[in-house]
Design a protein around this ligand. Structure first.
Ligand code: FES
Length: 307
C-alpha cells in the first residue's frame, strides 16, 4: 500500500493509504489541517498543496486553477490529485488572523481567583479565553483554525458532509478547541484552577460538536434538533477540559442563530437595554441583533462569501 509522508510546519506524519485515494482524504485521516473551501467540489482552486512522488497527472480542474509555474513547482489540488504509490506532501501554512493572544494580563498568576474558559466555536476560527470567575476579567485569548474547513468553508457544506462524516466533524471540532486552548499556553497549575467551561457557537457548529442530528437545520425552515442548554457536559469531552470543571453549553436561539448570539445578548445586557441597541457579529456565519428596549430581534446570514 502507498505511504504518504505529510509535512505541516515542523510536524511530519506518515500515513498508509489506498491506491488511488485523494490526497485530501489522506490528509484528513492524518489529522493535519487542510483548507478545502468548496468541500472538494473542484470549484474554488484553493486546496493547494505541494506534492511529489507517485501521483495521478494534473487533471482538467488542476490545469484550470493552477498556473503553469505552479504545476512545474509540484503544486497540486488536494481534492483532485490521487496517490498511486509512495509520495510526499507539504501542506501550506494556514493563516489564522486570530492565532495570537488577543489580550493578556498576568494578574491571575498573582491571585487565587477561580478561573473559567470561554470557548467560541466559530465556523472558521475557534477562540479560547481565560477568564476570572470572580471579576469577569479576561486574562488571555487565543485562536486556532476550525479544522472542519477540510469539509468546506461554509456551514452548509459541513452539514452535507455530516451525513457520512459526523464522527470526524465532531472530532475535528474538539481537536480545534484543543489547539486554541494550547495556544493559551496555560501551566498545569492554572489548568487545575479552571472550574467552569462555557462553549458557544452557531447552531451548525453546536450540533456538529455534539453529534446531534443535523438534517433539520439543513433544509427549510432550518430548525435545530434542540435549542436546550446543557448544564453539565463534562462527560462528553473526555480530557479536553479539566476533569473537575463544569462544562456548559448555553441555549440556542433558533435557525442558525446559536448560543454565540445568546452570549452576546447577555454580555451587552440586551434584556435590560434602556436605549435602542444594535450588535453585529460579522463572522463566516454572521448575526445581527437589535432591540428598541422592549423587543429583541435577531437574524443570521452567511457573511463569509462577502469576503
Ligand atoms: S478545488 Fe475547492 S477544495 Fe479543492
Amino acid at each position: 500500500m502507498p505511504i504518504l509522508t505529510i509535512t505541516f510546519a515542523d510536524e511530519t506524519r506518515t500515513v498508509t493509504c489506498a491506491t488511488n485515494q485523494l490526497i485530501g482524504e489522506v490528509v484528513l485521516a492524518s489529522g493535519l489541517p487542510l483548507e478545502q473551501p468548496c468541500a472538494g467540489r473542484g470549484t474554488c482552486g484553493k486546496c493547494k498543496v505541494i506534492a511529489e512522488g507517485a501521483l495521478t497527472p494534473h487533471d482538467e480542474i488542476e490545469r484550470k486553477y493552477l498556473l503553469a509555474a505552479e504545476r512545474a513547482a509540484n503544486v497540486r489540488l488536494a481534492c483532485r490529485a490521487r496517490v498511486l504509490g509512495n509520495a510526499r506532501v507539504t501542506l501550506l501554512p494556514i493563516v489564522v488572523y486570530s492565532n495570537k493572544i488577543f489580550a493578556r494580563s498576568d494578574e491571575f498568576r498573582a491571585n487565587d481567583d477561580p478561573l473559567g474558559l470561554a470557548i467560541d466555536l466559530g465556523s472558521t476560527t475557534v477562540a479560547a479565553f481565560l477568564v476570572s470567575l470572580k471579576s469577569g476579567t479576561i486574562y488571555a485569548g487565543a485562536g486556532a483554525l476550525n479544522q472542519q474547513t477540510i469539509f468546506g468553508a461554509d456551514v452548509i457544506a459541513r452539514l452535507h458532509a455530516a451525513r457520512e462524516h459526523a464522527d470526524q466533524l465532531s472530532a475535528l471540532a474538539q481537536s480545534s478547541i484543543r489547539q486554541a486552548i494550547a495556544a493559551l499556553k496555560l501551566s498545569q497549575r492554572v489548568w487545575t484552577r479552571i472550574e467552569r467551561v462555557v462553549i458557544v457557537g452557531n447552531t451548525a457548529m453546536h450540533h456538529l460538536l455534539l453529534r446531534y442530528p443535523v438534517d433539520r437545520i439543513a433544509v427549510l425552515p432550518f430548525q435545530p434538533y434542540t435549542r436546550a442548554a446543557i448544564q453539565d457536559a463534562r462527560n462528553v469531552f473526555g480530557d479536553l477540559f479539566p476533569l473537575h470543571a463544569r462544562v456548559m453549553l448555553p441555549p440556542l436561539i433558533g435557525g442558525f442563530v446559536g448560543s454565540d448570539t445568546t452570549a452576546c445578548l447577555a454580555a451587552f445586557d440586551f434584556d435590560c437595554a434602556r436605549v435602542p441597541m444594535l450588535a453585529i457579529d460579522l463572522g463566516t456565519n454572521g448575526e445581527v441583533m437589535a432591540t428598541d428596549g422592549k423587543t429583541i430581534l435577531v437574524a443570521s446570514t452567511a457573511a463569509g462569501p462577502a469576503f
